[in-house]
Ligand binder design. Sequence first.
Ligand code: KIV
Length: 296
Amino acid sequence: MQILKTEINSNIILLLHLEIFIMSIHKENKDVKKVTTHQLQVMKERGEKISMLTAYDFTMAGILDAAGIDILLVGDSASNVMAGHETTLPITLDQMIYHAGSVVRAIDRCLVVVDLPFGSYQGNSLEALNSAIRIMKESGGHSIKLEGGAEVIESVKRIVGAGVPVMGHLGLTPQSIYQFGTYTVRAKEEVEAEILVQNAHLLQEAGCFAIVLEKIPATLAKRVAEELKIPIIGIGAGMHVDGQVLVMHDMLGITKDFSPRFLRRYANLYDNILEATQNYIADVKSKSFPNENEQY
Ligand code: KIV
C-alpha cells in the first residue's frame, strides 16, 4: 500500500514538473519580441541591417524563425522552387494562401510578408484589396508584397487604407518577365533608373513600409536607400541597402544550376541530401536497414 502511495505521489510530482516545463515554453514564446513594420523602420534609422529569406512550408519556416530571421517572405517563387514552373506566373491566390498559412503556423518572432500572385491584383484596386484581404484572413500573414510602381499606386493606397501593410517590389519584377524577355540586370540606363527612383518615391508616399529592389546596379540601389525613409531590401542590389533577401533554396544550396553573381550559398544541401538518399538506398538494398534495434 505504502509503495503504491509513493508511486502515485512521484507520478503527480512528475506531472507537475511537466506542466511547469510546458508553461515555461509557452511563456517563452509569448515573451518573444515580434518583428513589426515599426521595428524595421527603427532598424533602418539605427543602421541595423534587416535579414529576409523566402519560406513556403511549416518545417523550414520554423527553423529559419528559430535562427532569428527578421522577415520571411512567402514568395511567388514558390511557383519555381516548390511547383517546378519556369516562371512565377502560374501560381494562384489559393496556393499562395496554402503556403502562407503553413509558414505562419511555424513562426514565433519574424514578420511574414506574402506575395500577391500574378493576376490577383493587376485588374483594379478593388481586386487588389480583395486579394490582400483573403491573404490576411485565410493565412494569418502579417503583410503583402506586390510588384510595380505608378501602375499599382491606387492599389497600394487602397490596401494600406484597409490597414494592411504593403511592401513594394521594383527593378527585375519576375511577374513581368515576358515583357522584359530576360532575367538580366534592370535600370542600367539613365531613363529606366530615373523611372525606378520616381516609382520608389511614389510607393513610399502611397504608404509602403518597405521596398524590395531586385537585380539593379548597386549605385542606383544606394541612391534609393539614401533618398527614401522606409527600409530598402535588396536582392542583387549591392551592399548599400538596408537589408538583404535571398530565395531560401538558393541560399541553402538546394537548387544546383542557379548561380547568379549576387548569390552566396551558405550550405550545399543538394549534395548532402543526394548522398544521404544514396546511403539509404544502399542500406535498404543490402538489407542492412533496418537492423534488430530498429524493429518492434
Ligand atoms: O518571390 C520571391 O522569391 C521574391 C524575392 C525574389 C524577393 O519576390
